[in-house]
Write a protein that binds this ligand. Sequence first.
Ligand code: SF4
Length: 343
Amino acid sequence: MLSRQEIQKFQNSLLRWYSVHQRDLPWRRTRDPYAIWISEIMLQQTRVAAVIPYYERFLQKFPDFRALAAAPEQELLAYWAGLGYYYRARHMQKAAQKIAEKGAFPNSYDEIRSLPGIGEYTAAAVASIGFNLPHAVVDGNVYRVLSRIFNDSTNIASSRARKHFASLAETVLDRRQPGTYNQALMELGATVCLPKRPQCLLCPVASVCRARAQGTQDTLPVKIKPQKSVGEERTLFLVEQGDSILLWQRPADSRLMPGFWELPERAHLPEAVPCRLVGSFRHGITFHDYRFELREATVDGDVGDCRWVAKTELPCLPLSTIVRKAFGVLKRGTAVSAHASGV
Ligand code: SF4
């Protein structure tokens, strides 16, 4: 963590630097929350340089929320054409119509956040820049700068990252001028604390930066994407004979669930003749997303490694989750499900 003095030094150095080095961008010449909002929506997934002409044309045509609320959809889309992600324009118009119903642009974070198409980041940006409310923005630039300032190796692709960095961002937020501070922090990330080769020699906050002190700036932020799961289709056979059902048991030295009982698949029962489809279910194991179908089947003679098991024994046997799920599919009244549900 940073001491109180270091936080103050960080804020002051950042703001001083921003007052001199900020890029002159059209949305920085206004505090109008409507204009700030339009710029923030346009900047999602689009580069700054590409947004500028769109922003200027759009504001000339739709200078306030009333004009946007009343715009024919075709006209609105024509002014958005080229920016892509048209749902953004549609959401904006819905939000403008809600604002028009109330008669004024909402001036609290919660009200702004409740509008269609406005997430936590945009709500914090509009609330802080448009109304000077103390809400810290957290975007990709902020993740990067904060992970370096605090030398924090939290995986920014993990589920806990957003909450974690939002809390760090709150601790260093300058509550006296949150809008300017938020813009300064993002500007630092966009122009100095770059993803590759951060410009530490030019950095106004280098003296409090923990990563620079430790020489870890090039390894931060840590981003490890969760491995994509692989889908796989499998078939389980439900083979019954009177009051018995065919199962196979995992060997005692099996790496996975030794001694557990399973429903047979083709590998265990090569002679099976598949019949009616009973149902299907999904089951995830580490990076596999299995879709199992459960089929009635018959078998003549050789049952391989399988064993006929009396249904009355099922509640006393260790059954894998997959078998339990399969029996769940049978829940509509068969003898097997009745026994299995008691396991
Ligand atoms: S000193 Fe380097 S790593 Fe630290 S904030 Fe500045 S540019 Fe980023």
